[in-house]
Write a protein that binds this ligand. Structure first.
Ligand code: S3P
Length: 172
């Protein structure tokens, strides 16, 4: 029993700081659906910011929680969901999202992304203590993981409004 396209949840993937939350919220509003940011939900459950979860419970614990939460959520319909940027590293998450949802990859080239780095570093434990060269390596490796998607949207030089128009066009 295949879920009709119009009922499927929409899932945003992509590297930290590309705008998954901003765009997700915008699309949810336009489609009159609810919006769920998986990091925000996990932070609410633990009553701690992600950085503190990483520091006290460890990344492995966070990844387990992320898997549990997302695999369940992605089998529900009508949501717009923005995933934490590392979630797609887990095969089980990739599969459940690809099978049940419409997966939209928000892409920025490295040269544009690196300008956003100072704005996001503080709340991203995965990037902390790393050199720009190391971060570029992670960035490049992750592109492979994000290559599993239904739609790839190029976001460079576009406003959030323009990106959301592009997305709605793809979904037609
Ligand atoms: C992570 C991305 C973050 C958050 C955590 C780990 C990652 O989400 O889940 O800090 O490994 O890429 P955003 O992509 O929303 O920043």
């Amino acid at each position: 029993h295949e879920i009709p396209l119009k009922k499927k949840s929409i899932v945003f993937i992509g590297f930290m700081g590309v705008g998954k939350t901003t765009i997700g919220e915008l699309i949810a509003n336009k489609l009159d659906r609810d919006f769920i940011d998986t990091d925000v939900e996990i932070e609410k459950e633990y009553q701690m910011p992600i950085t503190q979860i990483f520091n006290t419970l460890g990344e492995e614990h966070f990844r387990k929680k992320e898997k549990e939460f997302i695999t369940k959520l992605c089998q529900e319909r009508f949501h717009v969901i923005s995933l934490g940027g590392g979630a797609f590293l887990q095969e089980e998450i990739r599969n459940v999202c690809m099978d049940n949802c419409i997966v939209i990859y928000l892409h920025l080239p490295w040269d544009s992304w690196k300008n956003r780095f100072p704005l996001i570093i503080e709340s991203r434990p995965v990037l902390q203590g790393k050199s720009m060269g190391e971060i570029e390596e992670i960035f490049n490796k992750r592109q492979e993981v994000y290559s599993k998607n239904h739609f790839k949207i190029e976001c460079e030089h576009l406003s959030a409004e323009e990106i959301s128009t592009k997305i709605l066009e793809s979904l037609k």
